[in-house]
Design a binder for this molecule. Structure first.
Ligand code: 13P
Length: 218
């Protein structure tokens, strides 16, 4: 295995471990992928992140065929379809974070309650309608919910964040859960006032060089 591929496999595993250590996810829920060659590396299905070694990470070609000692994540379809739809995306984090999932259960998209929504590319985080996990129907809903966006919620399921790097996708996954927690809290005090589309666009422009943000990504 080439050094660069090994580094991607190691980065994938370390971010899977961080996903659970950060409290964003539990058990074998969630999955992470990184674009590679003519496909992507992805966490194997229903396997404890703590037991993962680089060789256990699956590789899925964009045509859906795969190699590896264990089947790829059951959600390989939406990972594949996001990579097909968004050529700038190189990493995808899917998890079941509590506040994202609470809002998604109610079918509530996240509106512009905080300026950090700008890092997702627009004034609202959409909710992909429910379809059973692993299905093509779910993947179709996810790709539509991610149009011009870098994250979405999944009805009765969880959340997805994407990025040009695994670090950026993971950063967005954490920020998405923060936005969801803030929106949940703000709703307890009534209908929260929102930033206007113009105010969100101003932040998108201002953040083009900030931290893990990249103008070409937004
Ligand atoms: P996998 O273990 O197959 O990745 O499934 C976890 C999950 O979260 C499905 O949505």
């Amino acid at each position: 295995m080439k050094k660069a591929e090994l580094a991607k496999r190691q980065a994938l595993i370390s971010h899977c471990l961080e996903l659970n250590e950060s409290g964003l996810n539990r058990g074998t829920s969630g999955n992470i992928s990184i674009r590679h060659d003519d496909g992507f590396l992805i966490s194997p299905t229903s396997t404890s992140y703590r037991s993962l070694t680089p060789e256990m990470v699956s590789f899925v070609h964009l045509d859906g065929t795969w190699t590896g000692p264990i089947e790829p994540s059951s959600e390989w379809r939406f990972h594949r379809d996001i990579y097909r739809a968004k050529c700038e995306t190189n990493a995808i984090v899917h998890a079941h974070p509590d506040f994202c999932t609470i809002l998604a259960i109610h079918g509530k998209e996240i509106p512009a309650i905080h300026y950090m929504i700008a890092i997702f590319g627009g004034p609202a985080i959409r909710v992909a309608p429910y379809a059973i996990f692993g299905s093509q129907a779910l993947s179709d809903h996810v790709v539509a919910a991610l149009r011009d966006r870098q994250g979405c919620l999944l009805d009765h399921h969880g959340a997805i964040a994407i990025g040009t790097t695994i670090e950026q996708a993971f950063w967005r996954a954490e920020e998405l859960e923060t936005l969801a927690r803030q929106y949940h809290g703000a709703l307890l005090l009534g209908d929260p006032p929102l930033l206007s589309d113009r105010q969100v666009q101003e932040v998108i422009d201002k953040m083009s060089g900030y931290g893990l943000s990249r103008k070409e990504e937004l």
